[in-house]
Design a protein around this ligand. Structure first.
Ligand code: XIL
Length: 302
C-alpha cells in the first residue's frame, strides 16, 4: 500500500493516530489524518474530566466530533479511557470508598453505553500499576476502593458494550523483564483463568532515553498474545530523529507484524508539533506535515 492505513489493512491490522477535536479544522492535519490513518484515539476527549465534568452530568460534544469524523471516514475508534487515576474531574478526585466505587462504575456504564456499537476497543483501565521493581498496584483513590476495582470496571464495560474489545492499557510494560510488565501479565493471566472479561492489552510504548525500545519487545508482545488476548500498540512515539528514530519505528512495526495477535498500532499524534512531548520530535510527520524518515521506514516495514 501507499499509506500507513492501507498497508496495515493489507496485513489485517489498523494504523491509527491520537487526535484532538479542536484540530479538526486544521486542513493540513485533517488531510494527513484522512489520507494515512484508519483508526483514531481521542487524545483527551473521552477522559473522565472531559465526559463527566460534574457528577452525573455527561458531555460528549468533543468526543462526538472525533467519533463522527471517524465514522464518516471509515475509521475505527479506540476509546480512551474509562477508568484512570489521572485527569479525573475535581468531584471524583475528592471521593473515596463505596461512593467512589459506585461513581466509577456508573461512569464506565454511562460512557460505554453512550458509545455502544461505535468503539473498536476500549481502554477500560489505564495505568493501574506502579513503576519500579515491586510489581505492585499504583496507589490511587480507585485502588483504595479495593483490589477488585479493575475487574469490576471490566465487567461493567462488557455489560454496557458487549461488542467492544476491552483492553488494559499501560506504559513501561514494553520490556519483558520489568516487574511492571510481569505484573500486568499476571493480571491478564488471572482474568483469563477466572473468566473476567478482557480481550486485549494495550502497550503505550512511549520510547525515550529513560524507557527505550527494548530488544525483547517482540517477546513481550508474543507472551501477552499467548494468554489469548490481542495486543495493541496504543500510544507509540519514539524520541529522536533521522535514521536512528526511523530504524526504531521499523523494528516496532516488524515486531507487531511478527505476532499474529498484534492487531494494530496507534501513534500518539500526527505531526511533531502535535505531540504531548513539548520539546521532542517523536512522531512520523514534521511540523509542516512533511513525511519524516520515520514515516518512510514505518511504511516500508508494513
Ligand atoms: C496525554 C495527552 O497527550 C496530553 O494532551 C494531556 O495533557 C495529558 O495526557 N498516557 C496516556 C495518555 O494514557 O492519555 C496521555 O495523554 C499520555 C500518557
Amino acid at each position: 500500500g501507499t499509506t500507513l492505513g492501507a498497508s496495515a489493512a493489507e496485513k489485517g491490522r489498523y494504523f491509527g493516530a491520537a487526535i484532538a477535536a479542536h484540530k479538526l479544522s486544521d486542513s493540513t492535519y485533517v488531510g494527513i489524518l484522512n489520507r494515512e490513518f484508519n483508526s483514531v484515539t481521542p487524545e483527551n476527549e473521552m477522559k473522565l474530566d472531559a465526559t463527566e465534568p460534574q457528577q452525573g452530568v455527561f458531555t460528549f460534544t468533543n468526543a462526538d466530533r472525533i467519533v463522527n469524523h471517524a465514522i464518516a471516514n471509515g475509521m475505527a475508534v479506540r476509546g480512551h479511557t474509562l477508568a484512570w487515576h489521572s485527569q479525573q474531574p475535581g468531584w471524583m478526585q475528592n471521593m473515596s470508598g463505596t461512593a467512589l466505587r459506585q461513581a466509577m462504575l456508573n461512569h464506565v456504564t454511562r460512557v460505554a453505553s453512550y458509545y455502544r456499537g461505535k468503539i473498536h476497543s476500549w481502554d477500560v483501565v489505564n495505568e493501574a500499576f506502579a513503576d519500579g521493581s515491586t510489581g505492585a498496584r499504583r496507589d490511587s483513590n480507585l485502588q483504595r476502593t479495593g483490589d477488585d476495582w479493575i475487574e469490576a470496571a471490566f465487567r461493567a464495560a462488557r455489560a454496557a458494550d458487549p461488542g467492544a474489545k476491552l483492553c488494559y492499557n499501560d506504559y513501561n510494560t514494553d520490556n519483558w523483564t520489568h516487574a511492571k510488565t510481569q505484573a500486568v501479565y499476571n493480571l491478564v493471566r488471572d482474568f483469563k483463568a477466572r473468566g473476567v472479561p478482557i480481550d486485549c492489552v494495550g502497550l503505550q510504548s512511549h520510547f525515550n532515553p529513560n524507557s527505550p525500545y527494548p530488544s525483547n519487545y517482540r517477546t513481550t508482545l508474543s507472551s501477552f498474545a499467548a494468554l489469548g488476548v490481542d495486543v495493541q500498540i496504543t500510544e507509540l512515539d519514539i524520541e529522536g530523529s533521522g535514521t536512528t528514530q526511523a530504524n526504531t519505528y521499523r523494528s516496532v512495526v516488524a515486531d507487531c507484524l511478527a505476532v499474529a495477535r498484534c492487531t494494530g498500532i496507534t501513534v500518539w499524534g500526527i505531526r511533531d508539533t502535535d505531540s504531548w512531548r513539548a520539546s521532542g520530535t517523536p512522531l512520523l510527520f514534521d511540523g509542516n506535515g512533511n513525511k519524516k524518515p520515520a514515516y518512510t521506514a514505518t511504511l516500508e516495514a508494513l
